[in-house]
Design a binder for this molecule. Structure first.
Ligand SMILES: Cc1cc2nc3c(=O)[nH]c(=O)nc-3n(C[C@H](O)[C@H](O)[C@H](O)COP(=O)(O)OP(=O)(O)OC[C@H]3O[C@@H](n4cnc5c(N)ncnc54)[C@H](O)[C@@H]3O)c2cc1C
Length: 373
């Protein structure tokens, strides 16, 4: 019998495994493919804030960015490359956003190295930019390190049954609490109000004689050089989905797009593509991540005295699956958000600390119930 079973060994599941292991809980983590084989294995894993003018997602990602930079550096510095991050506006209107961001941020500005500026294209130099401290995570190794104290089981979870205070997984494993961290994959618990969209992404590792000391973000992200290699990512392909398209993904088209976009920023010389990475990012319909307990829609709807057509739904009155939680919907910021969200989820499960209603799955139940009734 485990204290916690986690389903999905991407950055979300592995960060949750780390938090619970740190709290001396026994943890089992399942993945049908292996550690970091989903979206997390494809990620360039750049650690960056969201450079937008305002909004709750920007604020959340800012807090997560500050937390994660410190978390990775303190706990896993060998798997984290701290590097200056040069964010360059894409065009004139984006320049206004970058200017507004610079005015409002508490982050310290850095001066980009002269040798980097000399290698930027005219198109990059002519736009507004901001340079701060950022970082890049070694995605797969980080997921492995985060989950090292958990028992790893390479199995697809197909059956999840609650019986007499215990969750039974695939009829053979027992746990008190279960955390679903399955990214953009087929849902294990069918609830009509939970909808996630998978956005396909492609990144490449290249060999090049161009030396880059920083992370650069403009049309795509370019990592600092390491042994003559750098990572370029990622595409946001809303027209391709591995489960929905009949045609296979055109890897060459993705490569051309990535190189064309990176070359608009940096003068890249003597390029050889050495590896492709592809995967799905999982995003929610209001772009905010989803963490917390899952509402049982049928049971909750059957309560005659609850008001669903209200502007102020009371999430505490809903009926929840016992000891079942989810963490998902990190979009393109999984490696920035996961350590921060895992901490929030762990404190909720272990100490009953409340999760913000803007992050709770119940927000989608409230909207769905209001619409259908
Ligand atoms: C190309 C690309 C580039 C990206 N770049 C960045 C970046 O630079 N910075 C950043 O912060 N984020 C980036 N992201 C986003 C980030 O990768 C995602 O937000 C993150 O991977 C989400 O992690 P996850 O753990 O939720 O999902 P995943 O990593 O997809 O993990 C889910 C896991 O669940 C497993 N699973 C599902 N169902 C079952 C089941 N029934 N039984 C067992 N196992 C199951 C899957 O096998 C999978 O391994 C990028 C994403 C892509 C695709």
């Amino acid at each position: 019998m485990y204290d916690i079973a986690i389903i999905g060994a991407g950055i979300n599941g592995c960060s949750v495994a780390h938090e619970f292991s740190q709290a001396k809980k026994s943890v089992v983590i399942f993945d049908m493919s292996g550690i970091a084989y989903g979206g997390s294995g494809a990620a360039g894993a750049f650690i960056s804030p969201k450079f937008s003018k305002s909004g709750e997602l920007k604020e959340l990602i800012h807090d997560a960015f500050v937390y994660s930079m410190d978390f990775y550096e303190k706990n896993f510095s060998h798997l984290f490359t701290k590097a200056m991050l040069l964010h360059i506006a894409q065009d004139e209107s984006d320049s206004e956003i970058v200017k507004a961001y610079k005015k409002g941020t508490s982050l310290k500005f850095k001066t980009p190295p002269k040798e980097l500026l000399e290698q930027l294209t005219q198109e990059a130099i002519s736009q507004e930019n901001i340079c701060i401290d950022g970082g890049v995570v070694n995605a797969k190794a980080m997921c492995e390190a985060l989950s090292k104290n958990a028992k790893f089981v390479k199995e697809k979870v197909e059956s999840l049954v609650y019986d007499d205070g215990t969750w039974i997984i695939n009829e053979s494993y027992y746990a008190k609490d279960v955390v679903l961290a399955i990214g953009a994959y087929e849902a294990l618990i069918q609830e009509p109000y939970i909808e996630l969209r998978g956005v396909w992404g492609h990144r490449i590792d290249i060999k090049t004689t161009t030396q880059n000391p920083c992370s650069i973000h403009q049309f795509v992200s370019i990592s600092p050089s390491s042994n003559g290699c750098l990572a370029i990512g990622a595409t946001h392909n809303i027209h391709y989905h591995p489960q929905k398209n009949c045609e296979p993904y055109d890897i060459n088209e993705g490569r051309v797009q990535l190189l064309e976009k990176a070359s608009r920023t940096l003068n890249l010389e003597n390029i050889e593509i050495i590896k492709d990475f592809t995967g799905l990012r999982s995003g929610s319909f209001d772009y905010m991540p989803i963490i917390g307990g899952l509402v049982m829609s049928n049971e909750t709807l059957s309560y005659g005295n609850l008001k669903f057509k209200t502007k102020k739904p009371k999430f505490d009155e809903y009926s929840y699956y016992p000891n079942l939680y989810m963490i998902n919907g990190n979009g393109g910021y999984g490696f920035v958000l996961a350590p921060y969200l895992a901490k929030i989820l762990c404190e909720h499960v272990l100490f009953g600390k409340k999760i913000s209603e803007r992050l709770a799955p119940a927000r989608f139940f409230a909207r769905w119930a209001k619409k259908i009734l």
